[in-house]
Ligand binder design. Structure first.
Ligand code: MN
Length: 352
């Protein structure tokens, strides 16, 4: 079986065996993935945003009635023992427990916390994937490693290798997140599967946030093109505003291209003029200034960026994004992208 056939069969099996939950316009979900919690030491990538993560869950999502979906790679079990992680991150498990006690927590397995499936010393029910049924359409939530035979078959052996080989050298969370070609293959296979099945997939794993199958660079380019097209027929007062918006988007595009690794800039992944908006990615919790998440609320899906204003003011100054402060903290919530699920599904139906 070649890789692509394997990948489709593997995702199809996962999809068919997914538990299904009904999603209505009254429901609220927040999806985080890729925390990679370690032992709190120097090579624990989670340390940087851990305080923000706990406070955002406890003071923002919990009181607002959200159900929390943790979409894989919560613990970094390929480099740390579960005991050392539990010992250091009690505050994180406490906040998970808040949601769990009210039946508002779903934990999905990833490749870095896969070993939990064979462990007894934790209290989580673990799922491989989860389907949301929304007005006859399906949102398919899974971590994303399932596209690769390597992870499915040899995950256990790989984990042992990483734990015993890489930790002494202080290697940070490695694997797919940092390899652009692996990331590309994961995204491509999830995209192909989702557009063929006409489902909306939500993954993590590659650490790159995606909204409607587009990266940030793709989104900015599309938006600039759309505004340019609007410009000639807009009235004079509107033209000025369009010009300002184009300039801000161009500045941001330059910024992203200068500051983010080259893989994040790979655009037009799918060699198509019409991108089917079937693939979303919650990104990760490990960003330098913040973390990303996907929210589903009132029949809409949004890509959210939570950041620490004391570490970077970029999004506070950028009028293209709505930001809101969390209480009197230095944490801010910015809505990067937002769209209605009905509109997204009608485009998936029409374009794929
Ligand atoms: Mn992963």
């Amino acid at each position: 079986m070649n890789r692509e056939v394997f990948s489709f069969a593997s995702l199809n099996e996962l999809f068919r065996s997914s538990p299904t939950v009904q999603l209505t316009d009254k429901d609220k979900y927040v999806i985080f993935s890729d925390l990679h919690m370690g032992n709190g030491g120097k090579t624990d990538d989670f340390v940087r945003n851990s305080a923000m993560f706990v406070q955002v869950l406890r003071d923002y999502y919990f009181p607002r009635g959200y159900t929390l979906v943790l979409n894989g790679d919560v613990e970094e079990l390929q480099r740390f023992t579960l005991e050392s992680i539990q010992q250091h991150w009690g505050s994180v498990y406490e906040v998970f427990e808040l949601f769990a006690r009210e039946d508002r927590l779903y934990r999905l397995i990833g490749n870095h916390d896969w070993d939990l499936l064979y462990m007894q010393n934790h209290s989580f029910d673990l799922l491989h994937s989860l389907n949301f049924e929304y007005n006859g359409n399906t949102l398919f939530v899974f971590h994303g490693h399932q596209t690769s035979r390597r992870y499915m078959k040899y995950n256990h052996a790989l984990g042992l290798g990483l734990k015993y080989l890489s930790r002494p050298f202080g290697i940070h969370s490695s694997s797919v997140a940092h390899s652009s070609s692996k990331r590309f293959h994961t995204e491509k296979r999830v995209y192909q599967f989702s557009s063929r099945k006409k489902v909306l997939s939500i993954i993590g794993h590659t650490h790159r946030p995606l909204f409607e199958s587009m990266s940030k660079v793709d989104t900015l380019k599309f938006e600039i093109e759309r505004l340019c097209r609007k410009f000639p027929t807009a009235g004079e007062s509107k033209q000025q505003r369009i010009e300002d918006r184009i300039r801000r988007h161009r500045d941001e595009l330059n910024y992203v291209q200068r500051h983010e690794e080259s893989a994040a800039n790979r655009s037009s992944l799918y060699n198509a003029n019409l991108v089917v908006p079937c693939m979303f990615n919650s990104g990760c919790v490990l960003g330098e200034r913040g973390m990303t998440a996907l929210e589903i609320r009132k029949g809409k899906i949004a890509l959210i960026y939570w950041f620490d204003g004391s570490r970077g003011k970029k999004y506070l100054q950028d009028r293209n994004y709505k930001t809101k402060q969390l209480g009197d903290t230095t944490y801010y919530r910015a809505v990067m992208k937002k769209d209605s699920l009905s509109y997204i599904f009608s485009r998936i139906q029409l374009l794929s």
